[in-house]
Design a protein around this ligand. Sequence first.
Ligand code: NAI
Ligand code: OAA
Length: 328
Amino acid sequence: MTKPAMRVAVTGAAGQIGYSLLFRIANGDMLGKDQPVILQLLDITPALPAVKGVVMELEDCAFPLLQGVVITDDPATAFKDVDVALLVGARPRSKGMERKDLLEANGAIFTVQGKALNDNAKRSVKVLVVGNPANTNAYIAQQSAPDLDPNCFTSMLRLDHNRALSQVAAKTGKPVASIEKLAVWGNHSPTMYADYRFATIDGASVKDMINDQEWNANTFLPTVGKRGAAIIEARGLSSAASAANAAIDHVRDWVLGTNGKWVTMGIPSDGSYGIPEKTQFGFPVTCANGKFEIVKGLEIDAFSQERINITLNELMEEREGVKHLLGK
Ligand SMILES: NC(=O)C1=CN([C@@H]2O[C@H](COP(=O)(O)OP(=O)(O)OC[C@H]3O[C@@H](n4cnc5c(N)ncnc54)[C@H](O)[C@@H]3O)[C@@H](O)[C@H]2O)C=CC1
Ligand SMILES: O=C([O-])CC(=O)C(=O)O
């Protein structure tokens, strides 16, 4: 029997991530090959003609799972009864900017959209914030939606996670798919802490295999942390296809589960590892039955604690910087 369609809102649908994302959602890569979808696409008024062009292309793909498309510049319409909301629409940075430089430009978008989700989305909605600075924007949206469970709101660290996987695979000469138990802690920014201390490949310790703390501190962490800037430098534009891919991975794992495997999600802290409650922080999680759970009880050594403190402090500063948007 055919499943009822799930409603998926995507903001910034005319943008470059949107162009990589929509076709894969409609193809069933995110919610499953047996899951029909209705896309509810939001962008600003001047971008609506471009959204219509993208929708013409979606039609021309004749995706069997695509049961409908809504195009709108009204957040209330976009989020009406949605099961999943991908908040991508926001200005990207250009060369020389850090992601937090976007706070002023983008922060205000997320108060409006958080409120619109609060008033219109399904109570079980799964929200992923991609627009930068992603953690703080997700915090703003969550704080603007008091009637929704805070755990409805997540932010994207999966791109950092996937980048770290790929660097570890290159260093060890092992396939990406063989790596388990990798984690990325903190903010989606160069301060994030990609942590392979618990990672294994075919049961063997990645830390022992690499056995090179100098490489960890001075090559691996800066490479993963500054990868976004390296892409902007090389492409003249920020990551789009890899960002869309990470968004698909994040939501797919949240909805369909990870079978006990660890992934990284930015989620509201429950106080674990000393991270203040509701801070949107990258944690190792497992997902089952549509819920994520933090991997608890991991030992945090001195080097890791120092890195976690740095990324947490940055998030606290960002939070301080958006207080006025939240009337605090
Ligand atoms: N969290 C992550 O790992 C990553 C985040 N990003 C971020 O994703 C965001 C989008 O990137 P791109 O698609 O490359 O940018 P883009 O500039 O190509 O597209 C952004 C789209 O958002 C729309 N938009 C602007 N304000 C809006 C609003 N209030 N409501 C709805 N739509 C609105 C624009 O009209 C445009 O169509 C940027 O903030 C970028 O920094 C990018 C890569 C990775
Ligand atoms: O670097 C940027 O501005 C875009 C992004 O978040 C990433 O590629 O990680």
